[in-house]
Design a binder for this molecule. Structure first.
Ligand code: HAM
Length: 419
């Protein structure tokens, strides 16, 4: 039998889980400092939740199967559809706006590269019920607060921001039908990943001429908002949204982190407005998170649309970024006390001592077998214990234990009541 976890998945040994818990702790701290509430959903969903027709990569990467009852199910590749499903279940009974976050494990049958696996944990923060870009600004501020909390600076990471409305403006002008918008976005997202010739045929099949593809490429290579104004006109909503977002970002003090980059389109079909991706400028050169506005996703599931925006932030890329920059903190799995009975006759006494210490809030490793003192000291060292609590015959007879501070080497006797 193969002892490795299934290809693309990870075992979390205690030292790995320490790191994961630390990261989740950072995410939870930021989310709650922005007033977000945590939610969760099952990892298993109906496959139909993900069968959108826009040709997204994600729908070809599903871990899907038929269960014993003949239902088509899938492990979730992302959280957004589950979130929408949950909101639909409440049938408009939730007071808006909603700010919710979660840290789901997501599954995608992907080609594996550094920072990309077949399962990952993904911090999601989403706001429902806010139509203006104030919601996007709030989300971007949360992302920046998280980066800063890790010790990253504006030059380390760049958050590339654009709006799907840029492309929408270009396509509208060219007379491309609205229904083509989502599939065109999905294809255009691949333009910087695959050779142009590979997707030109697909774009043409959607009714885009070679000239229009050139215009799209020109729009995607703009570098500032005044160029965008020249291209789409001063009354463009894409332009207005982006300008407002930058003004708000200035109030949050995060403009150093942002850059307007229309080449960010995002590979998921449902985005309708502002889209963004944070990129590592170090050795990874890839997206650490991504998100945007998706005001029309709910109606694709038969509900009434509510303005929505959010982001997903994976655990794998950011940990690589932190390793690269030596920003992973020292996390030891240390216990406070190691409790050791001098001999077998004091085992019950040692249990009593451990219980008292645990009740007082200390973490305690109790030696459960007959061992020599020398072994106990070695074990205390391995566990990083701060103190050795020795239950020895003479001290115990007086209602005391011997405590050795393993950092200073100081020894003293303490009465049981003072533990
Ligand atoms: P996404 O861009 O597909 O967006 O994924 C978001 C993030 O999840 C990526 O930037 C990356 O950090 C991480 N990620 C995705 N796939 C993998 C993988 N195979 N291995 C490691 N990490 C990965 C979404 O999923 C949207 N649902 C995000 C969202 C939430 N939009 C609005 N609300």
């Amino acid at each position: 039998m193969k002892l490795q976890s299934v290809r693309g998945t990870r075992d979390f040994f205690p030292e790995d889980l320490r790191l994961r818990n630390w990261l989740f702790g950072q995410w939870r701290t930021v989310a709650s400092s922005f007033g977000f509430e945590e939610y969760d959903a099952p990892v298993l969903e109906s496959e139909e939740l993900y069968t959108r027709k826009a040709g997204e990569e994600i729908t070809g990467q599903l871990y899907c199967f038929e269960d014993k009852g003949g239902r088509r199910l899938s492990l979730r590749p992302e959280m957004t559809p589950s979130l929408v499903r949950m909101l639909l279940q409440k049938g408009g009974g939730l007071a808006l706006p909603i700010r919710w976050f979660s840290i789901p494990q997501c599954w995608r049958y992907e080609r594996m590269t550094r920072g990309r696996g077949r399962e990952h944990y993904q911090w999601n923060m989403d706001i429902f019920g806010v139509a203006g870009v104030a919601a996007e600004a709030e989300l971007l501020a949360a992302i920046v607060q998280f980066f800063k909390g890790l010790g990253l600076q504006a030059g380390d990471i760049t958050i590339k921001v654009s709006s799907r409305k840029v492309l929408e403006g270009v396509l509208r002008k060219a007379g491309v039908a609205d229904e083509q918008f989502a599939p065109v976005c999905v294809l255009v997202d691949k333009l910087d990943k695959l050779p142009r010739s590979a997707i030109e045929g697909d774009l043409e099949a959607l009714g885009l001429s070679a000239d229009l593809i050139d215009t799209i490429l020109a729009a995607l290579s703009l570098t500032d908002l005044s160029e965008l104004e020249a291209m789409l006109g001063a009354d463009s909503t894409a332009l207005a949204d982006l300008r407002s977002l930058w003004e708000l970002a200035a109030s949050y003090g995060i403009t150093d982190w942002l850059v307007f980059d229309p080449s960010v389109v995002r590979g998921l079909a449902y985005y309708t407005g502002i889209v963004f991706e944070a990129f590592d400028n170090g050795s990874l050169q890839r997206a650490v998170c991504g998100g945007g506005r998706y005001d029309q996703l709910i109606s694709t599931y038969g509900g009434k649309d509510i303005p929505a925006c959010g982001f997903g932030f994976g655990d794998m890329v950011i940990l690589e970024v932190l390793k690269d920059r030596a920003l992973i903190p020292d996390l030891d799995g240390a216990v406070d006390d190691l409790v050791f009975a001098w001999d077998a006759s004091l085992r019950d006494a040692a249990v009593d001592v451990a219980c008292r210490l645990r009740a007082s809030g200390r973490s305690v490793d109790l030696v459960l077998e007959d061992k020599k003192v020398k072994w106990a000291f070695k074990h205390a060292d391995r566990r990083g214990a701060a103190r050795m609590v020795l239950v020895a015959p003479d001290e115990w007879a007086r209602g005391e234990v011997r405590i050795k501070d393993l950092t200073t080497g100081e020894e003293s006797n303490t009465s049981l009541d003072a533990l």
